[in-house]
Design a protein around this ligand. Structure first.
Ligand code: URA
Length: 220
């Protein structure tokens, strides 16, 4: 069975779904905007999808709540599920190094989150209904953080944010928009841990993200 670390998934070969196929609404509490406290509490106690039955805890995003950079991964893994923080395992270490390569540090002008806030059992692929159920939390984070740039890590983050089934190879190398915020796609660090040659491509993506960011701020 494929799981989300699978190379073939990252290359865009595998089950394909689109968020628009799912029917869960984009809001959890109608038109009422979340405060940070409400959001963290709602994620921790969320039962909107079946993952709540198997996860240890909901894992909200972490970092600078006024960050210019919003980094979006796929879903908590075993370490994140245990510790309640995104990207704390091996992939997280590589993510930190990727951020450092363009002068960024976790928690300083960077907010890190996932498309899914609950761990899929055995790190299986997220399913469309789970992505749809979790989407309001991502939208709330976007609303609260108000980032200048989004960095989407890997196929699932990119495809679900951009609502497309295009392969990551087609999505890299250009600046997309999500809710009018510029969005750059790169490989997921868990994929890069297994595919070292693609680190050079990830470096190109990071440079594109940084160039895009610098073009957006008044006086770098
Ligand atoms: N992979 C992700 O996509 N997110 C995490 O938080 C950890 C690993």
């Amino acid at each position: 069975m494929l799981n989300r670390d699978d190379v073939f998934d990252e290359l865009g070969i595998g089950p394909v779904w689109r968020l628009r196929d799912a029917t869960v609404p984009d809001t959890v509490q109608g038109d009422t905007a979340y405060t940070w406290d409400q959001l963290i509490d709602a994620v921790a106690r969320c039962t909107r999808c079946k993952l709540s039955a198997t996860r240890t805890r909901g894992v909200p995003g972490v970092g600078d709540r006024n960050a210019d950079w919003l980094v979006v991964g796929e879903a908590p893994g075993a370490d994140e599920d245990r510790l309640g923080e995104p990207f704390v395992g091996q992939a997280g270490k590589l993510l930190d190094a990727m951020l450092a390569s363009i002068g960024l540090r976790r928690g300083e002008n960077v907010y890190i989150t996932n498309v899914l806030k609950s761990r899929p059992p055995g790190n299986r692929n997220p399913e469309a209904d789970e992505v749809a159920a979790c989407r309001p939390y991502l939208l709330a984070e976007l609303q609260l953080v108000q980032p200048k740039l989004i960095l989407a890590l890997g196929r699932f983050a990119a495809q679900s944010l951009l609502d497309t089934d295009l392969a990551i190879a087609r999505l890299r190398g250009q600046v997309h928009r999500f809710r009018n915020v510029p969005l750059v796609v790169t490989y997921h660090p868990a994929y890069l841990l297994r595919n070292l040659p693609d680190k050079a491509r990830a470096w190109e993506d990071l440079c594109l993200a940084r160039r895009t960011y610098l073009s957006l701020i008044p006086d770098p």
